[in-house]
Write a protein that binds this ligand. Sequence first.
Ligand SMILES: Nc1ncnc2c1ncn2[C@@H]1O[C@H](COP(=O)(O)OP(=O)(O)OP(=O)(O)O)[C@@H](O)[C@H]1O
Ligand SMILES: [Mg+2]
Length: 360
Amino acid sequence: MSYVQLSHVMKKFGNVVAIEDLNLSIERGECFSMLGPSGCRKTTTLRMIAGFEDLDGGEIRVGERILSSQAKNFYLPPEKRNFGMVFQAFAVWPHMSVFNNVAFPLQIGKLGKQEIERRTREALKHTNLLGVADKSPDDLSGGGKQRVALARALAINPDVMLLDEPLSSLDPHLREEMRFEIKALQRKFGFSIIYVTHDQSEAMALSDRIMVMKQGVIQQIDTPLNIYNQPANQFVFSFIGLSNQLQVSCDSQGIRFPDVEGSYAIHPAPPAELQSQGKAVLACRPSEIDFVTQGGVPGYVKRRSYLGEVIDYNILVGNQELRIQKGRRSNGPQEGENCQLSFSKLQWYQQEKHTENGGG
Ligand SMILES: Nc1ncnc2c1ncn2[C@@H]1O[C@H](COP(=O)(O)OP(=O)(O)OP(=O)(O)O)[C@@H](O)[C@H]1O
Ligand SMILES: [Mg+2]
């Protein structure tokens, strides 16, 4: 059953339409990520859900409750939405103790002193901050400060937690650790999470479902696995994970690669529509290409490097480069050697139309 629901949401900045018609629903207790490149309107969407931005069209609901409605000219203020919020910048008050940072939003409400104290301690306990409750957040590391922001969001006992790149200012190790902490808190308290990030591995690790967005338009909403294995289009394919995209031509004989002798049978073949255009983009993950001993597409190992668990190959196929990654125990060709490649699990896309000779 859908819980947070955006219906026909429109947002303009001045005369510019930033989001035209956004429709999505998030389940109760779900971890839902909004993923996309910088400027794709992730924060704008989150701010509309939080109530910091009004709408130029459409409606936002939680369950049966309307939060924002352009038609009804109704906006529930952010503090009445019962959403916890954590943003990228450390939004903590250095002149207040950690304890007071967390207690402060509760003091605005109608809670009694004892209840405020209880909830604050509880939130500090679950974020491992009880020991530093009397310190200033400035005495804490970046991770500590972000834990204070998390504790403050937790203390209001939110229905939904809105997180906007909350870990991006932390170092990679801490970032990974805090992902699991956020996930554990969600399991314990059962709130929904709406998580904004442009880091695809973060979205993959945390989410039940990921929405990939481009310029305010949803490209795909799906599980991390499906987003990776069955990308809805070339944008999603190239945004998620490492990707190879080779320009090829195709005819009844098979597939031809620029500057490579011969044509090759590749399965599955491009769809009829692309066949009839005579050209296509062969898109394939670095892990889905194998070295074979005969009948493969010829390549040349330009670079071979160990990345710990995997060996990363930079291969030239004619005039195009591609990446292949294999387990560190695998047998592959050496740098400077020729090789042959077979492709599996590939996607076919249309080549972008561009005019040669610089014509209009
Ligand atoms: N209040 C505003 N007035 C005018 N333009 C705005 C306003 N807020 C955002 N924008 C513009 O809308 C676009 C989308 O911004 P938004 O912050 O939602 O993107 P984002 O996906 O969160 O990007 P990032 O990953 O960089 O945080 C940006 O180009 C931004 O300049
Ligand atoms: Mg943003």
